[in-house]
Design a protein around this ligand. Structure first.
Ligand code: HEM
Ligand SMILES: *[C@@H]1O[C@H](CO)[C@@H](O)[C@H](O)[C@H]1NC(C)=O
Ligand SMILES: *[C@@H]1O[C@H](CO)[C@@H](O)[C@H](O)[C@H]1NC(C)=O
Ligand SMILES: *[C@@H]1O[C@H](CO)[C@@H](O)[C@H](O)[C@H]1NC(C)=O
Ligand SMILES: *[C@@H]1O[C@H](CO)[C@@H](O)[C@H](O)[C@H]1NC(C)=O
Ligand SMILES: *[C@@H]1O[C@H](CO)[C@@H](O)[C@H](O)[C@H]1NC(C)=O
Ligand SMILES: *[C@@H]1O[C@H](CO)[C@@H](O)[C@H](O)[C@H]1NC(C)=O
Length: 326
């Protein structure tokens, strides 16, 4: 199995050492994994992501989030893509919220045409998330490949493992550390909220009666509060209205998210909570000032996230259709 050999270029070893610090993970994945058997893979994925974003700019955000939600539940194994009533798609964080599945289906169909039975859905999702950030104006990073697709998908597991917007920072951090990520990854990866939208129900509790005495969240900028109260009137039927995380540049992958947090203008309670801890607040301040630092760190944290619980070798399978096990 040439693919799984550890005798690759020296920089791969350096990379693995720097980012994973664990001999167990060393060289399971490989930057050149599909070079021989599916040389056009990256081109096909890039084109699919580009045309989806051209049609719908929000799709960049949606694809990035799909990858996150896949990786946080049983590892990056495309379990999120499996159809089924008891699957991850049906978990609270995903139902009526996760989008982009058709884009992955289309890309997968094109990949199957070019190289049938070779490329996993988990790798396609990983590449799509990377390309989405790039086409949204963000940084580009190399992704090691060779993930395989998992056999199961559980809504219960997703409900337990995907962080929620009302959770405390320490609870969210605990979820990240249980995946081998750290506090810095929490801050860096939360920067994904520089693109995309949230439904009112994910932050409405901050707007009207946050404290049970009729007051809004004191950590919310007054003028933002006014505009959010308009976008999300205090009635149930506003629950699914959409609001941009970053109203300044909602489809550009930049560091404005951090500038907003510094201004008390984070959308979710969990976003603004990054300012409520001295360590994370100083990281936020750093990223608000140095966009390049954010870009660089984001790529590194994304590679870490993309390595959570991956199946390699003879584990899992290469799904033919991302929605069903073979
Ligand atoms: C740190 C804990 C996190 C929490 C609590 C959280 C929570 C949320 C919530 C509540 C939404 C809105 C969903 C909706 O209203 O339908 C959302 C959207 C989004 N999240 Fe997160 N998220 C977190 C971390 C991340 C990470 C790590 C990423 C990616 C690396 C990410 C990427 C996104 C993107 C891009 C969107 C917008 C999706 C779209 O417009 O389709 N989030 N998140
Ligand atoms: C890769 O794509 C190019 C351009 O579409 C095509 O000409 C070439 O035949 C493809 N190669 C393989 C191995 O599929
Ligand atoms: C384009 O995006 C819209 C949503 O904005 C979607 O309904 C439609 O299916 C997309 N079209 C294509 C060709 O992907
Ligand atoms: C945080 O985690 C603790 C311990 O698991 C739990 O008791 C608490 O309800 C959680 N709080 C929030 C707001 O998520
Ligand atoms: C943050 O607030 C300051 C002072 O009110 C303002 O000058 C700046 O434009 C704000 N930045 C963002 C990103 O909203
Ligand atoms: C956090 O910073 C504030 C203000 O600089 C300081 O008063 C407080 O002691 C710090 N807390 C911790 C835990 O370091
Ligand atoms: C801020 O960034 C600098 C590098 O530019 C780094 O040395 C420093 O540790 C960072 N501070 C925090 C709190 O991350």
């Amino acid at each position: 199995m040439e693919h799984n050999s550890c005798y690759k270029l020296a920089f791969v070893h350096l990379f693995c050492l720097l980012f994973f610090m664990s001999p167990l993970v060393l060289c399971q994945l490989d930057y050149k994994y599909y070079d021989a058997n599916c040389p056009n893979l990256t081109r096909i994925v890039r084109y699919g992501v580009w045309s989806a974003i051209k049609n719908d700019t929000r799709m960049a955000a949606s694809l990035l989030r799909l990858h996150f939600h896949d990786c946080f539940v049983n590892g990056c194994d495309a379990s999120l893509l499996l159809d089924g009533d008891q699957g991850e798609k049906n978990a609270f964080a995903n139902r009526n919220s996760a989008r982009g599945f058709e884009v992955i289906d289309d890309i997968k169909a094109n990949v199957e045409k070019a190289c049938p039975g070779i490329v996993s859905c988990a790798d396609i999702l990983t590449l799509a998330a990377r390309d989405a950030v790039f086409f949204a104006g963000g940084f580009y990073w190399a992704v090691p490949l060779g993930r395989r697709d998992g056999p199961t998908s559980s809504d219960t597991a997703a409900n337990q493992q995907i962080p929620g917007p009302f959770e405390l920072l320490e609870n969210i951090t605990a979820k990240f550390t249980s995946k081998g990520l750290d506090l810095k990854d929490v801050v860096v990866l939360s920067g994904a909220h520089t693109i995309g939208f949230a439904q009112c129900l994910t932050f409405k509790s901050r707007l009207f009666d946050f404290d049970g005495a009729g007051n809004p969240d004191p950590l919310l900028d007054a003028s933002l509060l006014q505009s959010l109260q308009k976008a999300c009137p205090n009635q149930d039927d506003s629950d699914t209205n959409l609001v941009a995380f970053d109203p300044v540049t909602s489809s550009k992958f930049d560091n404005v998210y951090y500038k907003l947090l510094v201004n008390n203008s984070g959308l979710l309670q969990s976003d603004q909570a990054l300012m409520g801890d001295n360590t994370t607040a100083s990281m936020v301040l750093n990223y608000s000032k140095y966009p390049y630092l954010f870009s660089k760190d984001f790529g590194a944290s994304m590679v870490k996230m993309a390595n959570i619980g991956v199946l390699t070798g003879t584990n899992g399978e290469i799904r033919k259709n991302c929605r069903v096990v073979n």
